[in-house]
Design a protein around this ligand. Sequence first.
Ligand SMILES: NC(=O)CC[C@H](N)C(=O)O
Length: 297
Amino acid sequence: MCGIVGLHLRDPDLHPQLGALLSGMLTALGERGPDAAGVAVYGDPVWTPPGTSCVSVLTQRGPDELQAAIVAETGCEPSVLHVGGTTLIRAAIDPATLRAAVHAVAPEALLIGFGEDVAVLKGIGRPADLAAGWGLAGAQGRQGVGHTRMATESAVVPEGSHPYAVGPDQCMVHNGSFANHATIRRELRARGVEFDSENDTEVGARFVAQCLADGLDVETALKELCARFDGFYTLLVADRDSFAVVRDAIACKPAVIAETDAWVAMGSEYRALVGLPGIEGARIYEPDPERVYAWTH
Ligand SMILES: NC(=O)CC[C@H](N)C(=O)O
């Protein structure tokens, strides 16, 4: 199983409702993924204030210790916020520099996302409990992606939770299992790519991040993924500007897309979408196999 949800808002009037809508979508698919859950929220003014970068981490360290260490490392004063079990470190420096500083001062911390615009929150446990702990229903923003996990390819540990957000402002969630992820992991390792987990989805996310870093657009990157990866997958991939869905050639993992003038939404099952405003007038369809569906702001 595993459940995927995503909501890309076209109508800015809906931005204040993003978290409430995403929370409803995520919890609707709670029993598809009772092991763990995670979200990537783009554009929340509290979690990712404009003019700052944000690094999302799982760490035992307290905010004062992190704050002091990052000031010493960068000379720049960060603001550190605990959101459920995730720590968000925000500072007015570029995302790569902030990410490197966090890694330098807390090398044991698990970095689960970074960018100018995205907060990534993840944990293990029941999705509804995790969403409540994050206060997800109060979040705002332009788009959000969520995942409820039933583990297939790696243990139920925090680093096995989705989304995998391994490139700037990027994230990937996955329902299915990649059959040849060990082979592609070896190829990426030979190119110097490092991994945080044994999870198959992380390999897909790092593959796409490499393609984007090489200059491909998200559509071409996902076509490359379809050409290289064997197995079963429905994937939802987002970055600052885009929101994209793709399924494998057999398309046995469920997926439903709904679109109105106000939003584009995707869920593993229709019941994740049923509470969205205007769903009764939406264009609703199942994505075709190996066709990349992408939307931009
Ligand atoms: N049930 C699933 O779709 C699992 C997704 C992925 N293979 C994981 O283990 O995290």
